[in-house]
Write a protein that binds this ligand. Structure first.
Ligand code: NAP
Length: 269
């Protein structure tokens, strides 16, 4: 029987998930398809009904539906509950199970490069949905967090949330500072750089042993990443996180390992 998956959200035209998942289905000879289904917040109830009535086996959830999707679920995994958002839904015997693979996808993207997280210090630039998923996953690995955001009270709210979960987190306004000297892992989660624009502060003083990650993958190298490389830091863009969140969604849906190299190739193409 043909299996059906989709990405829902608005907009979804630009999503690379269909290319990645369809390549993986083909590589494993699975009779499955993956569609883009644009759904706005006000249409979510009707959208979920459509997906259930039309026999979808699961779907990914993207902006702006990740938090609202929770109210339609029958069960939710502990990590998705801690993040307060889902990016993956599985239909099992008619019930909807929600999960979030964003934070674990980020962890996996660095773990596969041999990174050891325990007792490291991370600075997260931004305090939106992606930052929250990553912060929860890092806190679970005993990484100390400093969260910096343009709107400071949102950084404070996220830091308090992490503390309530048993992690260590401080906060501040998005700017350079003393933190540059002691950061092990610097994660850029704002849209600054998507149009090739420079960051508004520089990374002078950063330790060359730091890892610097930008969640943006288009352009492939943002000015922010390019500057980090000039200080000798190891750098990574957001494509690996995208890949591993997709691979973990695949494992959640199908209970099998995803063909990582096929999926990476599809993303790069
Ligand atoms: P979001 O929830 O809307 O959060 C956006 C964050 O960026 C907020 O902290 C916001 O600060 C900040 N921001 C926005 N414009 C800014 C500006 N001009 N100057 C300074 N800060 C600014 O978005 P999200 O879902 O977290 O996504 C954030 C980025 O990560 C996007 O570029 C997205 O494409 C990328 N992403 C990549 C992956 C991946 O797999 N690679 C996954 C998820 C997201 P305020 O609170 O002050 O508004």
């Amino acid at each position: 029987m043909n299996m059906k998956y989709a990405i829902i959200g608005y907009p979804v035209e630009q999503s690379l998930s269909p290319a990645m998942h369809e390549a993986a289905f083909r590589a494993l000879g699975l009779d499955a398809e993956y569609q883009r289904i644009p759904i706005q917040m006000s249409d979510l109830a009707g959208g979920v009904e459509f997906l259930q009535q039309n026999g979808y086996n699961g779907w990914n959830v993207t902006y702006p539906l990740k938090e609202q999707m929770i109210s339609f679920l029958d069960t939710i995994t502990p990590i998705a509950l801690d993040i307060g958002a889902v990016n993956t839904v599985k239909v099992l015997d008619g019930s909807l199970q929600g999960h979030n693979t964003d934070g674990e996808g980020f962890i996996e993207s660095l773990s596969t490069k041999g990174y050891a997280f325990r007792n490291k210090k991370a600075v997260i630039l931004g305090a939106g949905g992606a930052a929250k998923a990553i912060a929860v996953a890092l806190a679970q690995r005993e990484v100390g967090l400093h969260i910096l955001n343009r709107t400071e009270h949102k950084a404070k709210r996220l830091a308090k949330h992490i503390s309530a979960l048993g992690g260590k987190a401080s906060w501040g306004i998005l700017d350079s500072g003393e933190w540059l000297k002691s950061v092990d892992l610097l994660i850029q989660t704002t849209p600054i750089g998507m149009k090739g624009e420079e960051y508004f502060f520089n990374l002078r003083g950063i330790n060359s042993s730091s890892w610097v990650i930008d969640l943006i993958y288009h352009p492939v190298v943002t000015p922010f990443l390019s500057e980090a490389a000039t200080y000798g830091c190891r750098t990574m863009n957001g494509l690996e996180m995208l890949l591993y969140q997709g691979a973990l969604a695949w494992r959640f849906w199908l209970n099998m390992e995803a063909p990582i190299s096929v999926m990476r190739k599809a993303l790069l193409e």
